[in-house]
Design a protein. Structure first.
Length: 220
């Protein structure tokens, strides 16, 4: 089951359209775990489209980039609705915590590796994916030690998807200056560096909390 008091703060969760969609899903046979699993499918399509965009030109490249950006957003929607159907819809399952986390980690790797291979910089893609996974690891490590989840940035999940989506859309304009994949390269580098910084920042905040707890226990 998902802890209602320890969820990523999302303004979209309180919008009318999201509430209506989550209520509709909850009324059907759709389960939160199925929605979480669908996010892996969306990420696979996004990563594949990013890869193909680096192998094509012209209209085909534009179509691939648009598909990649679209399915990055579908991935985020899956991440939104799985929690809403589980908590607000009351359909959480015993294995929900696994499906709430595992698909997200796979999705990050699939998308950023796809971008990396598409721009012929696979190392950068895997680095971005690895640092994205590390940010989540530190967050979950905090929970395991009795601390609240740290969803701080500067490159949390929604920031990563916004950055790579913006880079994908802007890349459509590159033929205007005879460019090719420069913007995606910069975007992927920003994600990698930002995710690494986020992991370090969260780690520092966690160790500070743990030290504070130790001092409090000692003084008691």
């Amino acid at each position: 089951m998902m802890d209602e008091g320890d969820r990523r703060p999302l303004a979209s969760r309180n919008t009318r359209w999201a509430t209506s969609m989550a209520r509709w899903m909850a009324s059907k046979t759709i389960t939160p775990n199925q929605i979480s699993q669908a996010s892996i499918v969306a990420a696979t399509i996004a990563g594949g489209a990013f890869y193909l965009s680096g192998q094509t030109l012209g209209v085909s490249r534009v179509v691939c980039l648009l598909l990649a950006v679209l399915f990055c957003q579908v991935r985020l929607l899956c991440n939104l609705f799985d929690g809403m159907v589980a908590v607000e819809g009351g359909k959480g399952a015993v294995d929900g915590p696994f499906w709430n986390e595992f698909p997200d980690r796979a999705a990050d790797l699939l998308i950023f590796a796809g971008v990396g291979y598409g721009i012929n910089m696979p190392g950068l893609g895997w680095a971005a994916g690895a640092f994205a996974v590390l940010t989540a690891y530190v967050r979950e490590l905090g929970r395991a030690t009795g601390n609240p989840s740290d969803f701080s940035g500067p490159m949390a999940k929604q920031h990563r998807m916004a950055t790579i989506s913006a880079a994908g859309l802007t890349s459509i304009l590159e033929p205007l200056w005879d460019g090719h994949n420069q913007i995606l390269t910069v975007g992927l580098a920003v994600v990698a560096f930002g995710a690494a910084l986020t992991a370090v920042r969260r780690a520092k905040r966690l160790t500070t909390r743990l030290k504070s707890q130790t001092r409090t226990q000692t003084s008691d």
